[in-house]
Design a protein around this ligand. Structure first.
Ligand SMILES: Cc1ncc(COP(=O)(O)O)c(C=O)c1O
Length: 428
């Protein structure tokens, strides 16, 4: 495939935008080469500026669960835009999407909309601190909760891909309030809690991690943290920015049957527009301004276009829950195809999957946390990524990211992907 125009656009972008991209995960730094510039997308397909057609496995990093340019979302946005794009005053649609989200997700009474997953997680932590009167939080190595200061301590996703899991610019005062635990290591959590008794406001986790590849919580891990939180008066925050409205209607809480105290959302909830949200039971949410003292705000929060897109997306997912089954079946089919193909080769590999999140790691050790994820062979991944790209398959340009399937993918697309893997691994 030829990427002449993309490369020219990237060169121009790099003159005026740091690294040529507005979010580092879009750069190809981890895999080499220039990022591809996209002209348009429809269904499961991306069309780039050079006229190449690519089967998409990132779905805009999660939101496009029903495929690109999904009709009801596009129409809802167009109709809303005709009536004005922002008022800075309440609108009915904010209540409509809030009611729907609260009805779909277990264990929440109220939800507040913001503009990104970062904002949602940042606000959730402030709320937890305000509610408990404590300052410290526990996060897990390799989990990513957005780019706010408290979370850039051993962060996953682009932060680890580009070698800055602990970002310069985060003050030591902030860093000391974020305690770091190992994913799937309950004993480690227990020790940290014991060493900081009465000081921890919240434990925040990706209930199924997607920012160090896809990592599945081992049985008893989340349940164990739930018990610790109950015993110690700590709030358990599920960062469902990736898993919310993707793993099930009610997200990981529903699928794994574990209640969180605060849940954060992003991605799918905005239908491809910039939306995040955080939600909890009344007793917690009522601490937020203007009801309570914990301040949080946003000029464009609950923006009508964003709410229209989100409402159209959630309405489809709510009214056609068989989408989740169909997505799971498609991802299981891909998983099976990958397994058959990779097991014929000589390369060590691991495939992790839950629902429509899946990742391949080139290592012979089970990938259960950040340490084991980091043992994957990045040179092999680079070649795999570029090999797949040359076959018209767009994977995340980093081994530290989950692939996201969308329901517009056909079985023919999945077969084409599996065939591409079998060609590519012969050349690795
Ligand atoms: C689990 C998780 N939390 C939070 C975020 C931050 O969301 P945003 O990029 O919308 O700020 C991300 C982004 O990928 C994420 O994957």
């Amino acid at each position: 495939m030829i990427y002449k125009r993309s490369s020219a656009l990237f060169a121009q972008a790099s003159e005026v935008i740091p690294g040529g991209v507005n979010s580092p995960v879009r750069a190809f730094k981890a895999v080499g080469g220039d990022p591809i510039f996209i002209k348009k997308a429809k269904g499961a397909y991306l069309y780039d500026e050079d006229g190449n057609e690519l089967i998409d496995y990132i779905a805009s990093w999660g939101p496009m669960i029903l495929g690109h340019a999904y009709g009801p979302v596009i129409n809802a946005v167009i109709e809303k835009a005709k009536k004005g794009t922002s008022f800075g005053m309440p609108t009915e649609i904010e209540t409509e999407i809030a009611q729907l989200a609260v009805s779909m997700v277990p264990n929440i009474d109220k939800i507040r909309f913001v503009n990104s997953g970062t904002e949602a997680c940042m606000s959730a932590i402030r709320l937890a601190r305000g509610y408990t009167g404590r300052e410290k939080i526990i996060k897990f190595a390799g989990c990513y909760h957005g780019h706010s200061d408290s979370f850039l301590i051993q962060a996953g996703s682009g932060a680890v891909t580009f070698g800055s899991p602990n970002s310069p610019g985060v003050t030591s005062g902030t860093a000391k309030d974020t305690l770091l635990a190992n994913y799937n290591d309950l004993e480690n959590v227990r020790q940290i809690v014991a060493a900081n008794k009465g000081e921890i406001a919240a434990i925040i986790i990706e209930p199924v991690a997607g920012n160090m590849g896809c990592i599945i919580p081992e049985e008893g891990f989340l349940e164990g943290i739930r018990s610790i939180c109950d015993e110690e008066g700590i709030l358990f925050i599920f960062d469902e920015v990736m898993t919310g409205f993707r793993l099930a209607k009610g997200g990981a809480q529903e699928l794994l049957k574990i209640n969180a105290d605060i849940v954060t959302f992003g991605k799918v909830i905005g239908g491809g527009l910039p939306v995040g949200a955080f939600a909890a039971r009344n007793e917690i949410m009522n601490h937020l301004a203007p009801l309570g003292p914990v301040y949080q705000a946003g000029t464009l929060s609950g923006n009508p276009l964003a709410m229209a897109a989100g409402l159209a997306m959630l309405t489809t997912l709510n009214e056609t829950p068989e989408i989740f089954t169909s997505l799971n079946e498609k991802t299981a089919y891909l998983h099976n195809g990958l397994e058959n193909t990779l097991s014929n080769g000589i390369l060590p590999y691991q495939i992790n999957r839950l629902g429509s999140m899946i990742s391949v790691h080139f290592t012979d050790e089970a990938v259960i946390d950040f340490k084991t994820s980091a043992k994957g062979n990045n040179d092999t991944f680079k070649k795999f990524f570029h090999g797949m790209l040359s076959q018209g398959i767009y994977l995340p340009p980093s081994a530290f990211e989950s692939w996201f399937l969308n329901d517009a993918l056909s079985y023919a697309d999945l077969d084409k992907t599996i065939d591409a893997v079998s060609k590519v691994i012969k050349e690795l």
